[in-house]
Design a protein around this ligand. Structure first.
Ligand SMILES: Cc1ncc(COP(=O)(O)O)c(C=O)c1O
Length: 402
């Protein structure tokens, strides 16, 4: 029970300043926006009741590392959007990826992962987790026959893929990979960050767990870092128990930002995807452009994994005859589009893979996977497509001026 005014009046000023005004009673009123519950711990009228919550005999909150109302609200919203039984929020996308892989792949087990996963995911699987006894075999995830025979031979605990790869936008066949994993009793974990649930309904297509960097489209405004796993109740329970020890939790304020961001996820991704398609059409007609990468341009596309004909917000293109200097000049000349190491924001963004996401590779390694020095990745924002195109146009002119 909060201290009454007369109890506070009987205390010294220093004690009053600690306890006065610390609870606000709303009565029956329900706020129209979710409060950010920043409390570290939660108290109950009696210690008996607290004990019941601790023992899981009654629902409630005890300590924010174990659970927090604002974070839980985000998790409920994400599960509803993804069509999963549950979801767990993390402090970053990498924390979410580590959480789900470590929960499923025990030391001694094998993971099969797509060769062109996000760089930090590659390093996590091939370095950090491998040092801790989890072996990862990296494969071309589009070679489904090869994947199937490797899966039969090595019996992995999980198969890990990204729906759309960075930066060449190669598409993984989600339904087919899920079938290959399930035939040998493996879990299929899909990083759906690039595609988003608006474009690809990963749970419905058979993924056992879907991971996101909510830093990207889910948050959508470039002002939060977070991760999400949407999955079954059973796996979510494991992740929560693991997080009681690891503590890779989302902070309430970040959870609130993602919760506010996701209210417009559908609107944003539809507009961004429409803009991306317009940029692709313009780039394809442009003689200053060598090639364009976009899921919608791929011939063997698993069409049913792209909802409503949307092909996503992300594309890349190679500037004809450009090397590092031309791309730097291109980026420095952009006015509306920001060169930034992120994606999925309301504002359009570009990134130069050769000197950012893939700078750790040798030029030969980059050439082998098709990442030229003139390649630029674009994350389409929600501006008017005509203004994005005008900015690309003037920056290409300056970049290629002799
Ligand atoms: C596809 C993908 N997965 C995971 C991550 C990691 O997310 P975070 O930076 O939130 O840890 C990123 C980051 O760029 C990403 O692009």
């Amino acid at each position: 029970m909060p201290l009454s005014r007369s109890e506070l009046d009987s205390m010294q000023p220093s004690s009053r300043s600690i306890h006065a005004g610390s609870t606000v009673r709303l009565g029956d009123a329900q706020p129209t926006a979710l409060p950010i519950h920043v409390a570290t711990a939660f108290t109950y009228p009696t210690t008996e009741e607290l004990d019941g919550v601790f023992a899981d005999n009654s629902s409630g909150y005890v300590y924010s590392r174990f659970g927090n109302p604002t974070v839980n609200a985000l998790e409920e919203a994400v599960a509803a959007i993804e069509g999963s039984a549950a979801a767990v929020a993390y402090g970053s996308g990498m924390a979410a990826i580590h959480g789900i892989v470590a929960a499923i792949a025990r030391p001694g087990s094998t993971v099969i992962a797509s060769r062109d996963v996000y760089g930090a995911t590659h390093a996590l699987l091939g370095g950090y987790l491998s040092d801790n006894g989890v072996r990862t075999i990296f494969v071309d995830i589009r070679d489904l026959d090869g994947l199937e025979s490797l899966a039969r031979e090595h019996k992995p605990a999980l198969i890990f893929a990204e729906t759309v790869s960075n930066p060449l936008m190669r598409v993984a066949n989600v339904r087919r990979i899920a079938a290959i994993a399930h035939a040998i009793g493996a879990n299929f974990v899909l990083d759906n960050t690039f595609a988003t649930p608006v474009v690809t309904r990963a749970i419905a297509l058979g993924a056992d767990a879907v991971v996101y960097s909510s830093t990207k489209h889910y948050g959508g405004h470039g002002d939060t870092t977070g991760g999400l796993v949407a999955t079954s109740n059973e796996i979510a329970h494991k992740l929560r128990e693991q997080n009681k020890l690891i503590g890779a939790i989302a902070a309430p304020f970040d959870a609130w930002l993602v919760l506010r961001g996701l209210r417009t996820l559908d609107l944003r991704v539809r507009k961004q995807s429409a803009n991306a398609a317009e940029l692709v059409a313009w780039l394809e007609r442009n003689d200053r452009v060598e090639s364009v990468n976009y899921p919608g341009l791929q011939s063997d596309l698993p069409v049913d994994q792209f909802c409503d004909g949307l092909h996503g917000t992300m594309l890349s293109f190679e500037i004809r005859g450009a090397g590092r200097n031309e791309v730097f000049r291109f980026q420095d000349t952009l006015r509306l589009i920001q060169p930034a190491t992120t994606l999925g924001d309301i504002g359009s963004l570009v990134l130069h893979p050769a000197t950012s996401s893939h700078r750790g590779l040798t030029p030969e390694q980059r050439a082998e996977i098709g990442i030229a020095d003139g390649l630029v990745r674009v994350s389409a924002g929600i501006e008017d497509a005509r203004d994005i195109i005008a900015d690309l146009d003037q920056a290409l002119d300056v970049a290629l001026a002799r």
